[in-house]
Structure formats: C-alpha cells, structure tokens
Design a protein around this ligand. Structure first.
Ligand SMILES: Nc1nc2c(ncn2[C@@H]2O[C@H](COP(=O)(O)OP(=O)(O)OP(=O)(O)O)[C@@H](O)[C@H]2O)c(=O)[nH]1
Ligand SMILES: [Mg+2]
Length: 196
C-alpha cells in the first residue's frame, strides 16, 4: 500500500446531547447506518458509533458518543463532551421543554469543553404538533453563532449532509508527524527496537 496516496483518517469526536426521548439514538442510527427503529429503548450511559466520510480525497472518522438523556445519567454527560470537537444538541420540535433544555447546554459547552462547533437540531419534524417554530430556533442559533437544522430520523429529512456541514465548520487539527523518530542504530545503542 502506498502511504502517500492513503493518508490516515483525521479523527473528530462528536457528542449527541439532549433530553430523553428527543431522538438522539434514532438520529445517530440514521446517520451511521440509515436505519430507523420505532420504539427504541432509552440509552443507558452512552452508546458509541463510528462513521467515515471522505472529502476532497481526505478521509475523516467521526467517533460519535450518543449520551443518555435520562436525568439519572446527567452526571456522566460532561465526561463525553469535555474533549469533543463538535456537539449536536437535540430537541423535539413538539416539546418546548426539550428546546429550553438544549439551549441551556450552550454556555456549559463553551466554558467546560473543547467543542468548537455546535449544531442545534430540532428532531421529529415529521410530526404536526409543533411547539417551536423554525424561525424561533434559527434566529436563536444565528444569534449564538451555532448551526441549526430541523430533521426527522423517521423520514430521513435533512439527515444526509449533517456530518459534512459540521466538518466544514471544524478547524483542521494541528498536523501530526507520521514519521518515527530517527534513532542512531549503533553497536553501543542497546534499545531492543534497533534489533529488528
Ligand atoms: N415521529 C418521530 N419519532 C421519532 C423520531 N426520532 C425518534 N423518534 C422516536 O422517539 C422515541 C425516542 O427516540 P430515541 O432515539 O430513543 O431517543 P433518545 O433521545 O435517544 O432518548 P434517550 O436514549 O433516553 O436519551 C422512539 O420511540 C423513536 O422511535 C422522529 O424523527 N420522528
Ligand atoms: Mg438514546
């Protein structure tokens, strides 16, 4: 394999946050494997997903942590967002409380994490009984300088392209050297790595 034409994937860590039942796991499943299961179980602790995407010949690997929204798991959530690159804050467009709670997470992310890109997602856009108008959330997002989308994990509305949109906003990581340190391999040098 020619290493020059197969650059290593750039890894980004993405965290899903939001109240229980807003559809975080359903969104993650839709993004990663394009599936939707009605009546999913509430997440316990957190679930992990991995998704590769390629842009301009470079591969990116999103390591996705889908946190549990139930209150009893609140204390675990900072463990997942602390060193994340991006966060998706999910609310249910038919549930104002979930929208208010998602908004409350923004200062916390800014103060206590390495997250540089935040996307606010209003999920369940396939349902009629909306409590949050699109304009209200998009104006709030513009004010806070974060991304905003309305989605449906059920119908796939606006699912395609979520990771690409986030990727466009993420800063390139500092280049890391792929080369091994050069160690003189002399008779007097006794490191076992020289005996290959
Ligand atoms: N109509 C509709 N239902 C959805 C949508 N997304 C998820 N659901 C349903 O909403 C319920 C909760 O979805 P989950 O994905 O488990 O929610 P969650 O945010 O992961 O919940 P926790 O794991 O408890 O934090 C399930 O019954 C899903 O089938 C959607 O876009 N539209
Ligand atoms: Mg879940």
């Amino acid at each position: 394999m020619n290493i020059r034409t197969s650059p290593k994937p750039i890894i980004y860590k993405l965290v899903f946050m939001g109240d229980s039942g807003v559809g975080k796991s359903s969104l993650a499943n839709r993004i990663v494997s394009d599936t939707f299961l009605a009546g999913t179980e509430a997440t316990i602790g957190a679930s992990f997903f991995s998704k590769f995407i390629t842009k301009d010949g470079q591969q990116y690997n999103f390591n996705i942590w889908d946190t549990a929204g139930q209150e009893k798991y609140n204390c675990l959530v900072p463990l997942y967002y602390r060193n994340s690159d991006a966060a998706i804050l999910v609310y249910d467009i038919t549930n104002r409380k979930s929208y208010e709670n998602a908004k409350k997470r923004i200062p916390e992310l800014r103060d206590k994490s390495s997250v540089s890109t935040v996307m606010l997602i209003g999920n369940k856009a396939d349902l009629g009984e909306r409590q949050i108008e699109t304009d209200e959330a998009s104006e709030f997002a513009a004010e806070k300088d974060i991304l905003h989308l309305e989605t449906s994990a059920k119908t796939s509305l606006n699912i395609h392209g979520i990771l690409e949109t986030i990727l466009d906003e993420l800063p390139m990581p500092a280049p890391r050297s792929n080369t091994m340190p050069l160690v003189p391999c002399t008779d007097t040098y006794s490191s076992p790595c020289c005996n290959i």
